[in-house]
Design a protein around this ligand. Sequence first.
Ligand SMILES: Cc1cc2nc3c(=O)[nH]c(=O)nc-3n(C[C@H](O)[C@H](O)[C@H](O)COP(=O)(O)O)c2cc1C
Length: 363
Amino acid sequence: MEKVILKKFNKLIIYYFSGTGNARNVAYWIENIAINNNIEAQIIDISKLKSRKSLKIHETALIGFCSPTHGFNFPPIMFHFLLRFPKSKLVGTAVAENKVFIINTRAGLKAGKYFLPGLGGMAQYFSALILLLKGCKIVGIHPIDLPSNWISFHPGVKPNVVDSIYKKRKRETERFASKVINGGKDLRGLKTILIDVLISPIAFLYYIIGRFILAKSFYASKDCTNCNICIQKCPIHAIKTIDNRPFWTYKCESCMQCMNICPERAIEAAHGYLFAIYYLITSVLIVKIYKLLNISEYLNNIFPSWLNNVFSFIIDTSLLLFLFFVFYRIFHYLLRYRLFERIIVFTSLTKFKFWRRYKSPKY
Ligand SMILES: Cc1cc2nc3c(=O)[nH]c(=O)nc-3n(C[C@H](O)[C@H](O)[C@H](O)COP(=O)(O)O)c2cc1C
């Protein structure tokens, strides 16, 4: 059967997820290019989609997926969205396959006059693979390096740097958009495949550590006024109120929206607490549990040494995650006591004035 190649699309649909606005801005820049090319465009925030039923693959539409990179991968919300995305109905028909593009926004930085890129890891490859298996044709894979929003990890980027990164990346996005919207291909994201594959094991580790340990370091200090903005705006609905203060559940994907929009700057990341608890669990509690239950001896008697190591790793990790879970509840409870709250605040780097928050500019 001969395939009809679509030169231009009659519609552009972009599905995006964004914590602090970078990926959202990219989606709207591309929308503008579509409108300038007289193409109807629809931009959809996947965190606001009510049900999967509303998802449709339009046969003559160009479809884009745009999301930040979290721990060298797409955040779970985008990853799960891609897995649930309907299969292309065009496979084996006279019309060319559904054409899609993938954009991951990464942590762009600037040193002097040099723009530094972020690291995408598996973000684009996993998503490309899922979409290929669904019968789509990938016409664009492109990372866009916008200011890093990982402010539980480092202070927010200075406003003048944000501005210059934004100007540069907007032009880059527009060039990419013009190309794919007019029927071209841009797979520039594949250029870094070697380094991306090398760092991919960290993507797997981050999936566990990020969600079950790092995301469990958020808390609201005494400056919290219970305005509930963090709870209402959380795109994942991961924050709830427990003991009259915000509590971060395991759904939290560390998108950083809450920490950056809090009008009182009351949301912090408890660095001191994380280090202390990690030390307590790994150097004291797990050692004691092993001794008490004779775990090493038990494993030695049953398994060969290599399997023994695998089991020890599984037991250690499970204990670590379980104990972190228990301690986070205790931590949250103890925050009601002023002395404890003050100690936690003074050991949180995010409390210092130089630790800027990050909000993407409206471009
Ligand atoms: C928890 C977390 C993990 C991140 N991991 C990465 C990463 O692995 N590589 C990278 O280049 N940027 C990483 N970043 C930076 C963001 O991907 C980047 O700032 C992105 O542009 C934010 O987009 P948003 O404003 O739409 O949320 C991370 C940010 C957060 C909050």
